[in-house]
Design a protein around this ligand. Structure first.
Ligand SMILES: Nc1ncnc2c1ncn2[C@@H]1O[C@H](COP(=O)(O)OP(=O)(O)OP(=O)(O)O)[C@@H](O)[C@H]1O
Ligand SMILES: [Mg+2]
Length: 271
């Protein structure tokens, strides 16, 4: 469905993605993209969605280089849900989800579309907010609306940039259950950026690890989530537990913070 060959990208002369390649991802696969802040995850998504130009390399959708696909057609197939989706638009929850649906149905809205929006609002337990303005929602509720906007477009490839970062524990699990169910049923390729590595371990078919713009590992969760990787990529000491439900990470020590640096920062704030 989607593959990448020798992808490099930059912001002006600051190179942030360096020679990334991976082979075709099969439909119905859920991949988690992990890596520290600034590793390049959001930029990588923008490159895959065709909204950030590559310095070199290629992104292929169904074996066609995306530079040869019109931006309208590409947006129908590859849906990117950005990390921050702040908007001041005076639109209600129902309206923004319907607008997303309208985009994928070529501008025509019929009763089925309206019913689908209602059903999705129900599934995400957002019915009570249907006629609220976006500006009247909490951060987590907004994030659920963004997820609804992405799912209703029924893309072939779904790129979700930290879709659960503002959600409480139950909503995180409910949302990831829904995402993983939908993408298996509808044979969608889904790549999700997550900072919660235990959730990555529980839900992923595969995990990609991005560090300083390089794809440093790509494999099954139990192979990728290792004590060594947590030390070299995240600079933390952690314990790892495996059971039939997944792989769980318990970080307990930062290798970059120590008492003298904490004292230094406190001194700086005090003065
Ligand atoms: N619009 C921009 N202009 C210039 N540099 C940028 C821009 N956006 C991101 N960067 C830089 O590119 C690098 C990668 O950023 P990116 O947002 O892709 O990281 P990330 O892995 O998504 O991080 P996070 O986990 O914090 O969301 C960072 O060093 C960042 O400062
Ligand atoms: Mg990001």
């Amino acid at each position: 469905m989607i593959s990448v060959k020798n992808l490099s990208a930059a912001y002006r002369d600051n190179k942030v993605l360096d020679n990334i390649s991976f082979d075709n991802i099969e439909p119905g696969t859920l991949i988690t993209l992990i890596g520290p802040n600034g590793a390049g995850k959001s930029t990588f998504f923008k490159c895959l969605a065709g909204i950030h130009d590559l310095d070199s390399g290629n992104v292929y959708f169904k074996d066609k280089d995306i530079v040869n696909i019109s931006s309208y057609d590409l947006a129908q197939e590859i849906c990117y849900m950005p990390q921050n989706t702040y908007t001041n638009a005076a639109l209600t929850v129902f309206e923004v989800i319907l607008m997303s649906q309208k985009f994928s149905s070529g501008g025509k809205v019929n009763n089925d579309d309206i019913e689908m929006v209602s059903k999705l609002l129900e599934a995400l337990k957002l019915e009570e907010f249907a006629s609220r303005y976006l500006s009247e929602l909490s951060g987590g509720q907004r994030q659920l609306v963004s997820l609804a906007q992405a799912l209703i477009r029924k893309p072939s490839v779904l790129l979700l940039d930290e879709p659960t970062s503002a959600l409480d524990l139950n909503h995180q699990i409910e949302s990831l259950d829904l995402i993983s169910y939908v993408i298996k049923e509808m044979k969608i390729v889904c790549i999700i950026a997550l900072h919660d590595l235990s959730l990555a371990g529980k839900y992923s078919d595969y995990i990609m690890v991005l560090d300083k713009g390089k794809l440093v590992d790509y494999g099954k969760p139990k192979d990728v989530l290792s004590i060594d990787m947590l030390k070299t990529v995240y600079h933390v000491k952690a314990k790892i537990y495996n059971d039939e439900e997944g792989t769980y990470i318990n970080p307990y020590k930062s290798l970059t913070s120590d008492e003298s640096s904490l004292a230094e920062i406190t001194k700086c704030i005090k003065n």
